[in-house]
Design a protein around this ligand. Structure first.
Ligand code: NDP
Ligand code: 2IT
Length: 445
């Protein structure tokens, strides 16, 4: 980081105390910017970078709701509308007890540059709540979502801000949220939220898109070296939306996923994951990952262990931030892993990234590797705006080609700066320059 960026970073820390994940996301972008500012001094003017670090708007609200016994609970809701220069704010909602303003700001900040990389007209935002859906009945989740939307509806709209899912928010929650929006607005404004069910305005492939996109990104990395996923041993963390569909696509492309996890531990199987069984356990029954070992007859459950201890060629962290640290990175490299791609947002710690790169492991940052989800959300918005619905294969081809374009952009940009395999540099600079050019054109906003 150069002196100018260092001063801005110090101010970010001062102005946003107690938000380490947000600081980390800013630092990781800044790590690539010195060379870009060197070539484009105009980006260092007019407090452009300082403005990028300040959300356009931050909304925090009370979410009261009644549990099944009638007891009242209070959670905190957030929506950080970070940047609207490329399009309406776009980004998911996360329901998890660890959610706080700093987490939502880190996610919103990442989202700006990720969305820019898709080449689609979407700005960056993120929201959520410290509500914990685990162990809650459908009715409790519904009442929570209705209360959350009762406030959020004032701030969103198909041309202003378009939420979607993230951790703890899948199609069930999107349904309850959209249902309440519809009642309050007296309008079936389907473009206000994405990740909807197919019969009520959703897009085919959106559910699969983030995970499939991660697999497409990894295929692009391998193909650029004349290789493919065929026969590769792959380890995936998590067993939620992103993980399940990353596993499905990796295996469709001939890879063998030998382990996946949840917050209780991991399962390992030499036979590869039985995806229909995993979907039944996780999507339908919402059960814990040990159930897979109990029922598959071919997997072992390791309680509280690190999934990164399982040796593999490719590792895909698809659970949460900072889940793959320096020690895990060392273990992966020692065991022969050659590619790590981030399905989750910021799952690899800064020390983990350094260790992987020093060991020559190719690294796909989340901004690029997991952009397929939000890109397909933008395709859902296109379908809603034109009152159309596209076929699965067509939408999947669009996703595949968007992922390939993102890979090429990262590679080409990195090459321009003399480091073709540095996808972090490529993703950061390509995302940043797109947003910076728009900000320069729009005046001081
Ligand atoms: P889900 O809620 O569907 O799944 C999350 C998975 O990660 C679960 O297996 C969960 O285990 C595990 N997990 C979550 N938090 C923790 C934690 N603190 N410690 C250990 N394990 C944890 O979420 P998604 O699959 O949608 O999201 C996963 C990641 O991908 C997130 O980082 C998200 O921001 C990112 N992402 C999501 C996109 C999407 O379209 N959904 C798009 C791009 C990125 P458990 O059930 O035990 O908590
Ligand atoms: O982190 C992400 O990109 C998402 N959770 C998806 C956002 C979206 O609007 O589809």
């Amino acid at each position: 980081m150069d002196a100018h960026l260092n001063d801005i970073y110090d101010a970010v820390i001062r102005r946003n105390p107690g938000e380490p994940e947000f600081h980390q996301a800013v630092e990781s972008l800044f790590g690539s910017l010195a060379v870009a500012l060197g070539r484009h001094p105009e980006y260092a003017d007019d407090a452009l970078v300082e403005r990028m670090c300040e959300p356009e708007r931050q909304i925090i609200f009370r979410v009261p709701w009644a549990d099944d016994s009638g007891r009242i609970h209070v959670n905190r809701g957030y929506r950080v509308q970070f940047s609207s220069v490329l399009g309406p704010y776009k980004g998911g909602l996360r329901f998890h007890p660890s959610v706080n303003l700093g987490i939502i700001k880190f996610l919103g900040f990442e989202q700006i540059y990720k969305n820019a990389l898709t080449g689609l007209p979407i700005g960056g935002g993120k929201g959520g709540s410290d509500f914990d859906p685990k162990g809650r009945s459908d009715r409790e989740v519904m009442r929570f979502c209705q209360s959350f939307m009762t406030e959020l509806q004032r701030h969103i709209g198909e041309h202003t801000d378009v939420p979607a899912g993230d951790i703890g928010v899948g199609q069930r929650e999107i349904g309850y949220l959209f249902g309440q929006y519809m009642r309050l607005k007296n309008a079936h404004e389907s473009g206000v939220i994405t990740g909807k069910g197919i019969s009520w305005g959703g897009s085919l492939v959106r559910k699969e898109a983030t995970g499939y996109g991660v697999a497409y990104f990894v295929s692009n990395v391998l193909e650029s070296a004349g290789d493919s996923l065929d026969g590769k041993r792959v380890v995936v963390s998590g067993s939620g939306n992103v993980a399940i569909y990353a596993i499905e696509k990796v295996q469709q492309q001939g890879g063998i996923v030998v382990a996946c996890s949840d917050s209780s531990g991991y399962i390992v199987t030499e036979k590869g994951i039985d995806v229909p069984l995993l979907k039944d356990i996780k999507e339908r029954r919402r059960a814990r990952i040990h159930t897979y070992a109990d029922e598959s007859g071919s997997a072992t459950f390791v309680r509280d262990g690190s999934v990164w201890d399982v040796d593999c060629d490719v590792a895909l962290p698809c659970a949460t931030q900072n889940e793959l640290d320096h020690t895990a990175a060392e273990t992966l490299a020692r065991n022969g892993c050659t590619i790590v791609a981030e399905g989750a947002n910021m799952p690899v710690t800064p020390a983990g990234v350094r260790t992987l790169r020093q060991a020559g492991v190719k690294f796909g940052p989340g901004k690029a590797a997991n952009a397929g989800g939000v890109a397909t959300s933008a395709l859902e918005m296109q379908q809603n705006a034109s009152r159309d619905s596209w076929h699965f294969d067509y939408t999947d081809q669009r996703l595949e080609s968007i992922m390939s374009d993102i890979f090429q952009r990262c590679r080409d940009t990195a090459e321009t700066y003399g480091a073709p395999d540095d996808y972090v540099l490529g993703a950061n600079i390509a995302g940043f320059t797109t947003v910076a050019d728009a900000m320069c054109a729009l005046g001081v906003v």
